[in-house]
Write a protein that binds this ligand. Structure first.
Ligand SMILES: C[S@@+](CC[C@H](N)C(=O)[O-])C[C@H]1O[C@@H](n2cnc3c(N)ncnc32)[C@H](O)[C@@H]1O
Length: 388
């Protein structure tokens, strides 16, 4: 089994020998986002695909354009709620290969040309290598698109429109913690006999304990999990960039009480390589994706504290149904490849329910959005308090 990308391994090893064991979050940051050799940052070899059917993992936009088509419909309703601003700005964060952007832009041009004429599309992408893949997929719409490396390029309260992401916060580096004999410890990474191994150390930051206190989680002894502080910081930045409009975060994840519940006592960190999963982040370092499920309670709570009110929380199946996906699917011959691909995104035992969508609003009354018309969760699904 390969340990990983040789230059990346050498870079991580040299950091560990200079500083001693590094927190897992730093290891994951280097594995995914080392400026030259990180999984998302290094230019792909010829014919190498990270995202897609012949890559390491696929996303909804590799399956079928209906998610993008539904988002374009939702954007049209948001545009009306905002009084048809000019420009109407769509900010897509973490766009991967740019396929979802292609589907949204193509549907907007086909189905709502009046909106398409006022549309400014901004892609926020950290990786120059991913930006060049996106540019290949988005040539027809170049005059409407701006690329930025991070949200700070937007300016405070600069956006009136829709900000969304699909599978972004799950790709942020996470801290890993473990409860041992009543003490919350953090997983660090060191090198022994030429391999990366874990050791438990006192917390590198008190923010980790405060995080669990905020969602009212007390971990039992032996419990191991992840804490995504970067997702909270990102949500604060999103809130700061929005003037008036809607934020949609599509990802796999749970309310905190489920994410940190008894059935996930080893956490949710998982790696993807060639469409296969592995629980070992210390092999194929820089050659495999790493991801952890998202805590939607914290995204909602942090957003609330920065002026983003929760509009609703749903799953992908209900979101698509609310936006009339049946009619979009009916355009395909039943049983055809396209028909089956579209249905794949709705499957209750798969992507339809695994993917959740947190919708937040700012600067407008709580809107009734079509994407939230069906309610898969009742009561306050995101509450930090345990269900009674
Ligand atoms: C899992 S992929 C997203 C898939 C894509 N949205 C889709 O629908 O296929 C994660 C993407 O987010 C980018 N990314 C990671 N951290 C980021 C950040 N802080 N800001 C912007 N983009 C980021 C990665 O480079 C990658 O393009």
């Amino acid at each position: 089994m390969t340990l990983g990308h040789p230059e990346l391994i050498a870079a991580i090893a040299s950091e560990i020998s200079a500083t001693g064991p590094i927190p897992f979050v730093r290891f994951m940051e280097l594995a995914l986002y080392h400026p030259q050799f990180g999984y998302y940052m290094r230019p792909p070899e010829a014919h190498e695909e990270r995202i897609g059917w012949s890559g390491d993992f696929y996303t909804s936009s590799d399956v079928h354009p209906i998610l993008g088509q539904a988002l374009a419909r939702q954007a049209q309703q948001v545009d009306s709620l905002l009084g048809h601003p000019n420009p109407f700005v769509v900010i897509e964060m973490g766009p991967g290969k740019g396929l979802l952007a292609r589907h949204v832009l193509s549907a907007a041009h086909d189905e709502c040309p009046a909106l398409a004429r006022r549309l400014r599309y901004v892609l926020i992408e950290r990786s120059a290598s991913m930006r060049s893949v996106q540019q290949q997929h988005l040539r027809p719409w170049f005059d409407q698109i701006t690329w930025l490396e991070d949200l700070s390029g937007l300016g405070e309260s600069s956006t009136t429109g829709l900000m969304f992401s699909n599978e972004l916060p799950d790709a942020f580096p996470v801290h890993r913690v473990e409860m041992k004999d009543g003490v919350l410890l953090e997983i660090f990474v060191e090198i022994r006999d030429g391999r990366f191994v874990e050791c438990l150390r006192p917390l590198s930051q008190s923010a980790l304990r405060e995080y669990l206190e905020r969602v009212r989680i007390e971990l039992p002894d032996g419990y191991r999990t992840e804490i995504n502080l970067a997702a909270s910081a990102w949500m604060q930045q999103v809130a700061g960039s929005l003037n008036r409009g809607i934020v949609m975060t599509i990802d796999y994840g749970h309310a905190a009480r489920d994410l940190y519940g008894p059935e996930r006592s080893r956490g949710t960190l998982i790696c993807y390589h060639a469409q296969m999963t592995s629980e070992d982040p210390y092999i194929r370092v820089g050659l495999q994706d790493m991801t952890a499920h998202v805590d939607f309670t914290t995204l909602a709570t942090v957003g609330e504290a920065c002026g983003l009110s929760v509009t609703g929380f749903t799953n992908q199946m209900s979101f698509l149904m609310g936006l009339g996906v049946e009619e979009l699917i009916a355009r395909h011959e039943p049983g055809s490849r396209e028909f089956q691909a579209a249905v794949h995104l709705l499957k209750p035992e798969g992507m339809g329910r695994t993917f959740k969508i947190l919708v937040q609003h700012k600067g407008i009354e709580r809107p009734e959005l079509d994407g939230l018309a069906f309610k898969p969760f009742f009561g306050s699904a995101l509450s930090a308090y345990a269900a009674v």
